[in-house]
Write a protein that binds this ligand. Structure first.
Ligand code: B16
Ligand code: MG
Length: 224
């Protein structure tokens, strides 16, 4: 067992993934990508969609094209990525605060009240709009998203930038993630992690819970 180390909450950073942790837009991504695949004469399943979670827009399209054995030139690739995003954004604009996942807002407020730094670490280039739709942007001290990183998860760049923006040591940060690549990114960055989902795929996390409604700030601090 690790010796108990007491770290003051004001030295701690909590880094949150967006999709699958604070809100579920995976169903919107699925709908928009599927529409695009069909436009290209292809299709893919909900099980395959699991492989797109946490993955960047560009890598998602690469996977879908691979599944369908489709090749596109650079110009068409850019065109279809933009088209999917237009369809996705139409769905995102329907989001309201009632779409915040169970327990997420209360958890952010409790962590803030304890003086913990809070940052977003998302692969999405639409993160700012989504946070505004949900009206939780004011609960975050820093937002690092797909517009600010060059390397996708499992590379730790997004979380290391989040820790830096908060002025916290990576070893004093806890990452909340629903994707395997995100848990790997936290590890690669020297951070602790809490998997939001199930043990079968997130078993590498330091703790796994079905949702933020089932985690309390104390136990999150205790894994540091
Ligand atoms: P966008 P996260 C990720 O969000 C999604 O899980 C993933 O499915 C999506 O492809 C990616 O954002 C990029 O999204 O097209 O909006 O830039 O889980 O890292 O918050
Ligand atoms: Mg996610």
């Amino acid at each position: 067992m690790r010796a108990e180390v007491h770290i003051n909450p004001d030295q701690v950073g909590f880094l949150f993934d967006l999709d699958g942790v604070l809100v579920d837009t995976a169903r919107f991504h699925f709908q928009a990508w599927r529409q695009l695949a069909q436009e290209l004469g292809s299709d893919f399943t909900e099980a395959q969609n699991e492989q797109l979670k946490g993955v960047s827009r560009k890598e998602s399209l690469e996977k879908i094209l691979n599944w369908g054995g489709i090749r596109l030139n650079k110009q068409d690739f850019e065109h279809y990525m933009a088209l999917k995003n237009e369809w996705y954004l139409e769905l995102v604009r329907t989001l309201t605060p009632s779409d915040i996942l169970p327990g997420a807002e209360a958890f952010l407020i409790e962590a803030r009240n304890q003086g913990i730094g809070i940052a977003l670490g998302s692969a999405s280039k639409n993160a700012v709009l989504i946070l505004e739709q949900l009206k939780i942007d004011h609960l975050l001290d820093a937002v690092i998203d797909g517009t600010q990183v060059e390397r996708s998860k499992p590379h730790p760049e997004v979380f290391l930038k989040g820790a830096r923006a908060l002025g916290k040591e990576p070893a004093h940060c806890v990452v909340f993630e629903d994707a395997v690549a995100g848990i790997e990114a936290a590890k690669a960055g020297g951070m602790r992690s809490i998997g939001i989902g199930t043990d079968d795929n997130l078993g590498e996390a330091d703790l796994v819970r079905a949702s933020l409604a089932e985690v309390n700030v104390e136990e999150a601090l205790n894994i540091l």
